[in-house]
Ligand binder design. Structure first.
Ligand code: AMP
Length: 355
């Protein structure tokens, strides 16, 4: 067990790192952020920051020497850097879990091997292969880079044969995944925590509504029946257990028109669709990951009230006063100085009576 008073090292300095740092300090931990970014949102609320590239092995060694455990707000750190950290200090989640979640092909294969469904998919490494696989998968389909894609970046929807050539060029990669387009009824996600001794604990499934490929609103709980909710929760727990995860796992899923649940994406860390838990649950996701990573017992994820989380993207953040007019709205701003279109500046959790 890593006791309060110890130092938690967090890789990544964005809003997730910031909210993890706040939760850690509430429990009496110190936080050291590792980020390549000057003025990172997390640095404002952490005791120390190392500003260096994720490939800077000397900086990673000094960072490891100063912390008691390492965790992540960002899973795309190079594998050698991760191995270096693992050779020095406990790293949670483990490199194996991070490796699975970092690559869309590995991720979907891992999930399928557990008997859990995903969109039908094929690996694509060249334009010729794309043409061949498009005949198997059909149209519409979604072509995605296997690594480093987020918020709709690194992916393109294909509607006809004529789009294959330009789309392949646009993706600028030599490894992609071609997925069948899922005609979903709803997008949902489940966030599950798994402790050092294998205890698991899931938040209720929530509905996620995207705008311009970026999460716009999360509705907690998702308006689905209990059978579906239980199924989604059981899938998330099964995946976290199979990974041997110690930490938090967000599982994004599609609910199809005929009520199948297909897994779309995994993230082994706190997730935007779990921000509502900060104000609406006994234990929020940021406290939960700190507990899991430090080997403490997990907190109760029970929902105290319903909630709707609205992301404040770009100029939305200028309207913070409007959101504050609602006494049941909890405003969270990330301290980012520059407003840019598509940039996540904050979020607001509107609390509602429990249904
Ligand atoms: P992702 O980066 O995989 O999370 O995809 C971002 C968003 O694109 C998802 O939340 C969906 O709204 C949409 N999307 C991704 N993959 C598919 C798919 N195979 N079928 C339909 N929509 C998809």
């Amino acid at each position: 067990m890593i006791a309060p008073g110890s130092t938690i090292g967090i890789i990544g300095g964005g809003q997730l790192g910031r909210m993890m740092a706040v939760a850690a300090s509430a429990l009496g931990y110190k936080v050291h952020i590792f980020t390549p970014e000057e003025d990172a949102p997390a640095s404002e609320v952490a005791l120390r920051t190392t500003i260096a590239a994720y490939t800077d092995h000397n900086a990673l060694k000094s960072f490891a020497a100063e912390v008691d455990v390492v965790t992540f707000e960002f899973e795309n750190i190079p594998h050698e850097s991760l191995e270096l950290l693992e050779s020095k200090k406990p790293v949670c989640p483990n490199a194996a879990a991070l490796k699975i979640c970092r690559n869309r092909l590995r991720e979907k294969s891992f999930v399928n091997n557990l008997g859990i469904g995903t969109a039908d998919f094929r690996k694509v490494t060249s334009l010729e292969e794309l043409k061949k696989m498009a005949r198997v998968i059909g149209f519409p389909s979604v072509l995605k880079t296997t690594e480093m894609g987020y918020d709709g970046k690194g992916q393109v929807t294909l509607r006809s044969e004529s789009e294959l050539d330009p789309s392949w060029g646009k993706l600028r990669t030599n490894e992609a995944i071609l997925e069948a387009f899922v005609d979903f009824r709803m997008e949902i996600s489940v966030i599950v925590a798994r402790s050092a001794n294998g205890e698991t604990s899931a938040y209720v499934p929530v509905q996620n509504i995207h705008k311009n490929h970026i999460l716009d609103v999360t509705i907690a709980p998702a308006p689905i029946d209990k059978v579906l909710a239980d199924k989604a929760e059981a899938m998330a727990i099964k995946i976290a257990e199979a990974m041997g995860l110690q930490g938090l796992l967000a599982v994004e899923m599609f609910v199809t028109q005929d009520d199948k649940v297909l897994v779309n994406e995994l993230a082994p860390r706190p997730h935007n669709s779990g921000h509502w838990t900060m104000d609406a649950c006994v234990t929020g996701q940021f406290e939960q990951i700190i507990r899991a990573v430090c080997g403490l017992p997990l907190g109760n994820p029970e929902r105290l009230c319903d909630a709707e989380m609205k992301n404040l993207i770009g100029d939305d953040a200028l309207e913070w006063e409007k959101y504050m007019q609602d006494a049941n709205a909890k405003l969270h701003l990330y301290g980012k100085k520059d407003i840019r279109p598509g940039r996540k500046m904050g979020h607001v959790n509107v609390l509602k009576p429990k249904t």
